[in-house]
Design a protein around this ligand. Sequence first.
Ligand code: DGL
Length: 260
Amino acid sequence: MATVGVIDSGVGGLGIFKLLVEQMHNHSLIYCADNKNMPFGDKNSDELQRIAEKLVSFLIEQHKVSLVVVACNTLSVSALDFLRKRFTIPFVGVVPVVKPACEQSKVKKIAILATPMTATSAYQKELIAKYAEGAHVLNIACPDLARLIEEGRGDEPIVLEKLAEYLKPVLDNNVDVVGLACTHYPFIRHHIAGLLPSSVTILDSNEAVARRAMTLVQESIPSQSPSIHVYATRDPENFKQVAQRLVGAHIVNDVVLAAF
Ligand code: DGL
């Protein structure tokens, strides 16, 4: 049996977790949201590496996880290499969707929406240099967006106001593919789509990341009976309420406080 850990700052990674719960029937799945340290997008690499180390150590000590999905772009771009050196278990990270966005853009104009940390990261710059040569890339930092979604406010007018501001350059430049490089954003995809022409394609990496994790698990580890555990590092009851609204009570039935 594989015990797979999934980490994020909050509810964002639940999009990937949901896909895993629905498709990995024979494994144990553990979600840990470090909402005490939310938002990750305002932190620097050193802080994020310390946070990632604590989260992974907790999952290894409590559940002996054999694989961790870093279901967060911000943590992946800043701490994935560090985690791979620090621990011996395999990791699956979320790569900002620069490559698929470029491949799908007919006019070679794309926009990547991300947290400030991801948008300014060296990792993202390298992805753009490698996969978006000759393309016009709008690298759009969206402060506040993940936090509003985390607070369960994804449908409030403030989110539409923020989106109108962040998406203005997308409209002004006739971009035809928008990549969501923060795992919180797919939860407001309908609002993003509503502000853009229907010809604009919106991409995220949830399916690709879930597929990659499933491939690794099926390849390497025999199965047993499944179980689901969800942790939050603060206010588990509030986290549960927001999470259940986003992914349903069959995915997040109970949330336990992770104290570390
Ligand atoms: N869900 C996260 C990401 O994919 C981080 C959001 C945050 O805590 O700032 O980047």
